[in-house]
Design a protein around this ligand. Structure first.
Ligand SMILES: Nc1nc2c(c(=O)[nH]1)N[C@H]1C(S)=C(S)[C@@H](COP(=O)(O)OP(=O)(O)OC[C@H]3O[C@@H](n4cnc5c(=O)[nH]c(N)nc54)[C@H](O)[C@@H]3O)O[C@H]1N2
Ligand SMILES: Nc1nc2c(c(=O)[nH]1)N[C@H]1C(S)=C(S)[C@@H](COP(=O)(O)OP(=O)(O)OC[C@H]3O[C@@H](n4cnc5c(=O)[nH]c(N)nc54)[C@H](O)[C@@H]3O)O[C@H]1N2
Ligand SMILES: [Mo]
Length: 767
């Protein structure tokens, strides 16, 4: 059976279609989260676990990277500072189900490879280190020491450190991330691909050029105090539900919201806050004042049109639209940018966006009238070929009105994984700047390699070419999350060694190298006890706030090691006991790691003291703090881009791959996409009713999805067509089932991020 075919453990025929919801959260959200939690954890553990989420002495929610309210801003945390999907993330980790040696003895790897991601994840928590020896059919237990020596032996046999690839997913704590990159660089390579390469890399690339720093410029208080919030390519009702409370608060203060999305996502339309009486019994708060149902990949065109309108209104009434003080004093490149946008091709804009001109004018007018605008975006923007240019165009519009570095305004790329931003700050990046590498070198007195390493896409290319021979994953699910599933799985299978530090069973364990190891680890919710006592870790949210996270629950198994312990012991096995880095001491006491972070990572001075403050601390951000821009020009840069949008040949659709309401990336919690009205199945393709008819198909028909790329077709089998109110010509299917359709070479310019939101596909009848 191929990766791209349905799996027998899910009966897709059970699909039920309901009307998509017009509002998000509210009481059903709470009910679902409690039900799921009790199912996985039992009642006592549910109460204990959920009481600790996002509280100052509790653990950081392992769900998304949306920040918690800060005392310093006069805000307070609610008793339940989590959401339905955060509760699911906790339940998934704190589950009572276990995958131990008996499980592996009963299931040959070939059987596990035929299971769905859902089935694999539902089996429970991994409990002991397991090895799959060369040629063996089953994983078998191995001691921790045995596992570390095996990795050391295989890594030692490589002809160059650059033949090893060290992936990271964004749940890893700052302490573990810092040590991990130190281990990898001590070993001699910068091959540190991470999930961010597939996620917000485009935001980092765009913002670094434009503003000198690849992070968002707003705080939660800014969102609360904005008078206009533009939400582009993001589905907060599912992926950042706590953001809805922030939007509600902003609305209560009179803010307007513009949502730009090919889908009328429930969480953008109306919010019923379960923590307010109005949300429980009333109609809730209406969110989007303007819903622009843009075509996939049409955002660059939309923001160019907005820029054009602002410039033309300024020309008609000089001094009334643009923030001249900001443009003259703090920006660079305005003239060239303005020259490019004074003339635009409206026919192309119409085609790219599919929006009515009147609506674009209304939106531009709202932006023109706003004194405090926040721009939020996520994967609907970053996973396109022209993602970097699109983000820079959003930034241009913000700069025209001086919307950066002032209260209530700014740029807000909304991050995914709960510590993906922190991992980068700690040095998990294949191309960390020289300044960081030099500090690392002098702090530890070790040689640090300077040659840039492989990112995710290039790592797959290297493994495919036999140049990457060992793969180690610090969390995540590389096999399922990466593009071009079949090719990626072949690349992983060609490795000599694959090693995964994981909490739960997943596809990457069953698509394995010649020898494979599963190293089970503590989750964020669990107590972490080392020789010096209980340890806490630290994380950074989407708004650069760094704080502590205290695991509280009893670990899933007594054999588990923390990520920090695994890295330290692995380092000793690989680098030897004489190595200059005091790995054993780091394992014993995480304060010692934090002392080093304080000396190496810019902005983390006095780290141990500051992370112990109730809210932690906020990392410096020069544009936000003082309108300073550390770019080549020393100013905020306007960017000039050619108009670009995906071209779709006749008879084809443009497909986006997205998340259902019941999954966390490749971890599938259940088979319900409640807000979109899809129940009990996942192999669906959402298409506009008129497109279904025009293409000669019928609603409910089962088809294969065939993606067309220059090197040939890719096929994902058996998807049911569901008539859905998406933008015309556009379709949607769930990630990771549809990853088979994303060509490896289809990547964003400058960021190398796979283009997961614009795949040219045809629907094909099944023989
Ligand atoms: N519960 C839950 N929470 C999560 C995750 C999860 O899987 N489950 N994942 C986490 C991670 S790692 C991330 S990165 C974030 C992801 O958060 P999102 O970016 O919200 O995730 P997606 O499901 O990919 O949704 C993309 C949204 O963009 C829209 N979109 C797609 N293409 C375009 C386009 O061309 N233009 C515009 N304007 N809109 C477009 C889609 O219709 C959809 O609403 O969520 C994080 N939080
Ligand atoms: N087609 C398509 N592909 C995409 C996307 C898309 O929108 N469309 N989105 C992309 C994005 S935004 C992202 S971020 C990536 C996500 O890619 P990854 O981060 O690689 O994938 P996840 O599914 O989040 O990883 C889940 C696994 O992490 C492990 N895990 C969970 N918690 C912990 C922990 O605390 N420690 C350790 N060590 N392991 C843990 C569990 O074993 C679990 O099975 O996927 C990308 N791929
Ligand atoms: Mo992500």
């Amino acid at each position: 059976m191929t990766r791209n075919a349905p799996k027998a453990d899910i009966d897709e025929a059970k699909l039920e279609i309901h009307k998509p919801k017009q509002w998000a959260a509210g009481v059903p959200g709470v009910a679902v989260s409690l039900l799921r939690s009790v199912e996985q954890m039992g009642t006592g553990r549910t109460v204990r676990a959920l009481r600790m989420v996002n509280q100052q002495q509790g653990f950081d929610c392992p769900g998304c990277a949306w920040p918690e309210p800060q005392q310093a801003d006069g805000e307070h945390r609610k008793l339940a500072e989590f959401c339905e999907n955060g509760a699911k993330a906790v339940a998934e980790e704190a589950t009572k189900r276990r995958v131990g040696p008996e499980f592996f003895a009963a299931h040959p790897v070939s059987d596990l490879a035929a299971k769905s991601d859902y089935w694999l994840g539902q089996q429970g928590r991994l409990t002991e280190p397991m090895v799959l020896r060369e040629g063996a059919s089953h994983y078998e237990p191995i001691s921790w020491d045995g596992a570390f020596s095996l990795v050391a032996e295989k890594l030692g046999a490589l002809s160059s450190p650059d033949e090893a690839v060290f992936y990271t997913s964004g749940r890893t704590s700052n302490e573990a991330a810092f040590l991990y990159q130190l281990l990898v660089r001590s070993f001699g390579t910068n091959n540190l691909p991470d999930c961010s390469n597939m996620c917000h890399e485009s935001s980092g690339a765009a913002l670094s050029e434009a503003t000198g720093i690849g992070k968002g410029s707003v705080s939660l208080a800014d969102v609360h105090h904005a008078d206009l919030i533009v939400v582009v390519g993001q589905n907060p009702g599912t992926n950042h539900p706590r953001m809805l409370s922030a939007l509600e608060e902003a609305k209560a203060g009179g803010a307007k919201i513009i949502a730009v999305n090919p889908l009328p996502e429930a969480g953008l339309m109306r919010f019923k806050n379960p923590q307010s009486p109005r949300g429980v019994v009333g109609k809730g708060t209406s969110l989007a004042d303007e819903f622009a149902q843009v075509r996939l990949g049409g955002d660059l065109a939309l923001f160019q049109a907005i820029g054009h309108l602002l410039l033309s209104w300024e020309d008609a009434a000089p001094g009334t639209v643009l923030d001249h003080d900001f443009i003259d004093g703090s920006s660079h490149g305005f003239e060239e940018f303005a020259k490019n946008l004074r003339e635009i091709d409206w026919a192309a804009i119409d085609k790219a966006t599919g929006l009515e001109r009147r609506q674009i004018v209304r939106i531009a007018r709202m932006i023109c009238d706003s004194q405090r605008t926040v721009y939020c975006w996520a994967m609907g923007v970053t996973q396109h070929r022209h993602a970097v240019a699109t983000i820079q165009e959003i930034t241009n519009v913000a700069l025209l009105r001086g919307m950066i570095g002032k209260p209530g305004a700014g740029l807000c790329p909304v991050r995914g994984h709960s510590n993906v931003q922190g991992d980068r700050t700690m040095g998990v990046w294949e191309k960390m700047p020289e300044d960081f590498l030099a500090r690392l070198e002098s702090e530890f007195g070790i040689p640090v390699p300077r040659k840039h390493g492989l990112d995710t896409v290039d790592a797959i290319r290297a493994m495919r070419a036999g140049k990457g021979k060992a793969f180690l994953g610090m969390g995540g699910n590389f096999a399922a999350a990466s593009p071009d599933s079949e090719l990626t799985e072949r690349a992983l299978s060609a490795c000599e060694l694959t090693v995964h530090v994981s909490t739960k069973l997943n596809r990457s364990h069953v698509v394995h190298g010649r020898t494979a190891l599963i190293l089970p680890t503590l989750g964020r919710t669990e107590r972490d006890t080392q020789a010096s006592g209980h340890q806490f870790v630290t994380v950074e949210d989407s708004m650069s706030s760094v704080h502590s996270s205290h695991g509280r629950l009893q670990p899933a198994s007594r054999h588990l090691l923390s990520e920090v312990a695994i890295i330290c012991r692995l380092a000793r096995a690989v680098l030897g006991d004489e190595h200059a880095v005091p790995w054993a001491e780091f394992e014993r006491n995480y304060d010692l790691i934090r002392d080093r972070i304080a000396r190496v990572v810019p902005g983390c001075e006095d780290y141990n003291a500051r992370v112990r403050q109730p809210d932690g601390f906020v990392l410096p951000h020069p544009p936000r703090d003082s309108r300073e821009f550390q770019t080549g020009t020393g100013k905020a840069n306007f960017t000039t881009s050619e108009l670009e949008f995906p071209e779709v040949p006749p008879g084809r659709l443009l497909l986006q791959t997205l998340r259902s309401h019941d999954q966390y990336n490749t971890t599938i919690y259940g088979l319900s996409d409640r807000y979109r009205g899809i129940e009990d199945a996942r192999r669906v393709v959402l298409v506009h009713a008129k497109d279904i008819a025009e293409l000669g198909f019928t609603d409910g028909e089962i088809v294969d999805l065939v993606s067309e790329w220059e090197d040939g077709d890719r096929r994902a089998e058996s998807f049911r067509i569901v008539a859905y109110p998406t933008a015309r010509g556009c379709a949607a299917a769930y990630f990771p089932e549809a990853n088979a359709l994303v060509p490896l070479d289809s990547v964003a310019k400058k960021s190398n991020t796979p283009v997961s939101k614009a795949i040219v596909v045809r629907l094909a009848r099944r023989d």
